[in-house]
Design a protein around this ligand. Structure first.
Ligand code: SF4
Length: 376
């Protein structure tokens, strides 16, 4: 068996969320991970470790950085093989995993058969552990992946929906609580609420764990109802998020959202009754939108009393999609629907509404924690 080392390149976004696809791969192979997205420094510490195979987890948002790492490593260790890693998950937080020509592929489909991710393999583990224990960061879990809907801006679209059983997810959380004393968790599924029965069973199972949790990615409004909201809230869910995208009916139609603004509004009204915080995800610069239209989405969100999280529209196209991020540090408009300056203006107006850690650079809080741990 060749010696291997895995790398999670810096993505400049979601520093508090581990690369779950990579965690599954490393757990499967019992390989250590150098996590450059959460533990930032020293930036090129991977060069100090010689290995036979360097596996890089390449995502659309880290394409350029992955190429840089591969080049540096090949220059220093010409005999080493540098490969991308794919399998286990094909998308996380809307960013797809990509391949180099030379790749390590895991083909087992997403299911209960995966071993639970062992985050102790990350060299950033101490940061995760401390923040999970203090409840500052949420433990991240994928209970399903893929989505049968066909929203044109979304990388998860038209993918077979594969779900773990509610019990298997509960077992992972129970083990994370016992092993690392986590206080809260976030569900990162592309669409958590496809199957109502599974959602309710999950809520009933996890209730005794007494963890708080949230749905970090969007829920489908047309699959959300009062029963679901009650079960979620009773099991510790404090935040729900919905993909709204735009309040303009012509935009919702052209992006194939498959929901009307009235349906979305209804779901938000139910959610507001049950959760401490309700988030709405919006996209700036979608086809058929304009400055006034995107501004009206922002006004609508304010009136509804929800937190609006705006990101940029990146057309679903390989050339444009690689290395563009939609939100957080380094995000910038690429849509040609209306002037970039105005798209940026809306993005800036919603800066305070975006989640902590996804803003510009490393937040003061994260820097302080890094310093405390002697990592900065
Ligand atoms: S419903 Fe959500 S996850 Fe599914 S395609 Fe649309 S945006 Fe993507």
């Amino acid at each position: 068996m060749p010696k291997m080392l895995f790398i999670n390149p810096e993505a400049k976004v979601n520093r508090d969320i581990p690369n779950i696809g990579l965690a599954y791969a490393a757990t499967h192979c019992r390989v250590k991970i150098i996590d450059l997205n959460t533990r930032l420094y020293p930036r090129d510490r991977f060069l100090k470790q010689e290995t036979d195979v360097l596996g890089i987890s390449v995502q659309s948002r880290t394409w350029r950085e992955s190429v840089r790492i591969a080049q540096l490593y090949k220059d220093k260790y010409p005999q080493a093989k540098v490969k991308s890693i794919s399998g286990f998950l094909d998308i996380q937080c809307c960013y797809p995993y990509l391949d180099f020509e030379d790749k390590i592929v895991f083909s087992e489909p997403f299911s209960d058969s995966y071993s639970f991710p062992d985050y102790e393999l990350f060299d950033s583990f101490e940061m995760f552990r401390k923040n999970w224990q203090s409840g500052v960061w949420n433990y991240a879990i994928m209970t399903s992946q893929g989505c049968p809907y066909q929203c044109i801006y979304c990388w998860s679209r038209k993918r077979k929906w594969r779900a773990r059983s509610a019990r298997n997810c509960y077992e992972e959380l129970k083990s994370a609580k016992k092993r690392w004393n986590i206080k809260s968790f976030a569900i990162l599924d592309d669409c958590f609420n496809i199957d109502k029965r599974r959602v309710i069973e999950f809520c009933e199972l996890i209730k005794p764990l007494q963890l708080t949790w949230n749905c970090a990615n969007g829920l489908r409004a047309d699959r959300f109802d009062e029963d679901m909201a009650k079960a979620m809230a009773a099991s510790g869910c404090e935040q729900a998020s919905f993909g709204v995208e735009s309040v303009l009916p012509e935009v919702l139609e052209v992006i194939k959202k498959g929901e009307s603004i009235e349906t979305i509004e209804q779901a938000l009204d139910i959610a507001k009754k049950h959760f401490k915080k309700v988030n709405g995800f919006f996209i700036i610069g979608l086809p058929k939108s304009n400055y006034a239209g995107d501004l009206s989405s922002l006004e609508w969100a304010k009136k509804k009393g929800i937190n609006a999280h705006f990101s940029y529209y990146v057309p679903f196209n390989e050339v444009v999609g690689h290395n563009h991020i939609f939100y957080g540090e380094g995000a910038r408009p690429v849509s040609e629907e209306y002037p970039e300056k105005l798209q940026k203006k809306i993005y800036k107006m919603t800066k305070r509404m975006r989640p902590a850690g996804s803003g510009k650079g490393v937040s003061y809080r994260i820097r302080r924690q890094l310093r405390k741990l002697g990592l900065l």
